[in-house]
Design a protein around this ligand. Sequence first.
Ligand code: IPD
Ligand code: CA
Ligand code: CA
Ligand code: CA
Length: 268
Amino acid sequence: PKHPDGLKAELLEIALDAAHRAGVFLRDGRPDDLGVAATKSSAVDVVTEMDIASEKLITGLLAERRPHDGVLGEEGASVEGTSGVQWVIDPIDGTVNYLYGLPSWAVSIAVRVDGETVVGVVHAPVRGETYRAVLGEGAYVNDRPARVRPAPELGLALVGTGFGYRAERRAKQADVLRELIPQVRDIRRGGSAAIDLCDVAVGRLDAYYERGLNPWDYAAGDLIAREAGALTGGRPTEPLSPDLTIAAPPGLFEALQARLDELGAWHD
Ligand code: IPD
Ligand code: CA
Ligand code: CA
Ligand code: CA
């Protein structure tokens, strides 16, 4: 086989271990007076000392157990690697939720082999849920199989989305939403793209879309959603990408993708 089972099992075990260790650190170690350590693309695009420490914890563990692998992390981790294996890490997805003490945040870890995602783990400690998937082997939430909900028509779909941190992009995202809200059941903005994708995987959302994500936001959740029966993609005929990320069961996926296409949801 292209990806030997032994390798995938080893990568899954390490991803789960790293995500759980980071999860304990983040949940039990969250300072009561947690503040913003720095801002990034805008004043509301924040990073806390815990984002940085979580990424260090995960990359330290990987350096010990998989020293030849590549690493890409949101908070700056960047290792080329020589093994063909790459770890794509979001040390806290949902930083604003974490900062405010809201429960929906997660550690997201994906593993790519020769560019293809083969393992995805999204661990949400306060929700008490760990989502995982191995390419071709299905998706699980806390050891129960994860399965998308049967597709409703677009007009009855509960649709998750999110907004980027830059004001100009948000204005465009609001324009798209203004058109979409009257045409769906309702909208949810959970605050963690990784959890949103997992919510599609377990049928807590019918669909999810967002403009402007980064690979660390979607890599793990994308595999989990697909292994749970969702289609994922971007603009029509395009794979999902930072331009546009869509996940929904077959039938609904095509309808939402076509509607977002009409609304020009991928340009600023
Ligand atoms: C953000 C979250 C949010 C999404 C943003 C992401 P972060 O990631 O996933 O739900 O709307 O686009 O940047 O900054 O909390 O890791
Ligand atoms: Ca961030
Ligand atoms: Ca993120
Ligand atoms: Ca993050």
